[in-house]
Design a protein around this ligand. Sequence first.
Ligand code: PXP
Length: 249
Amino acid sequence: MPDLCVNIDHVATVRQARRTWEPDPTWAAVEAQLGGAAGITFHLREDRRHMQDFDLERLKDVVTVRLNMEMAATEEMVGIALGLKPQMAMLVPEGRQEITTEGGLDVLGRQAELAPMLDTLSQAGIPVSAFIDACPEQVQAAAECGFSVCELHTGPYAEAFHEHARNIGHPLVTEELEKIQASTKEVLSRGMSCNAGHGLNYANVTAIAAIPGLSELHIGHSIISRSVFVGIREATKDMLRSMSSRPSS
Ligand code: PXP
């Protein structure tokens, strides 16, 4: 089973709604760790809509599991990552108008721009992941560009599941699942590690967690949503249970 990395941005979103000090994403990170998370993921967005710069050092102090920094491919973010030295830098596309990350990074179209940043981070000993759509062209481009990790975008699979009455056996859900399965094989065959995430929840995670060779799942919204009722520690444990349950055929 892959490791679970809990994305804590959504806690910071609630805090920033009042620009106050609660709820504290660092506290959330500790609770997720106590619930069994193998990693904590945060996204420092260019517009600072949720995580703030002051959160980073605090997280670095208390997180004893892997700390992953999701970031746009910009000089500013590369500089911050070099100072923080997270266990992994996760390059994602970023749009000002989007509610959350919408599509995968176009590594194919941006290779020339991404390569120097990738080089700088890699030379500082920070493994770099590309968040990409589950398609062979982007996997190939990520390998050629020198990424050591790909995170496959599970959003289209999650959307298909939601749109088709949460029926995991619906042909369009199966189609999206098969793309992720095929891309996982492709990523691994090119010598990179393979992670996945976006839109995963307690109902749709099992089939993804069962894909052989996936190293990590990055999950935020569903865990933080459940935590409103049961707390982050329990919500993390519940997610680990869903990940390890047997997929329905
Ligand atoms: N992976 C990436 C690259 C993301 O941008 C996000 C959203 O911040 C996630 C995973 C987690 O997605 P969700 O909050 O839908 O679980």
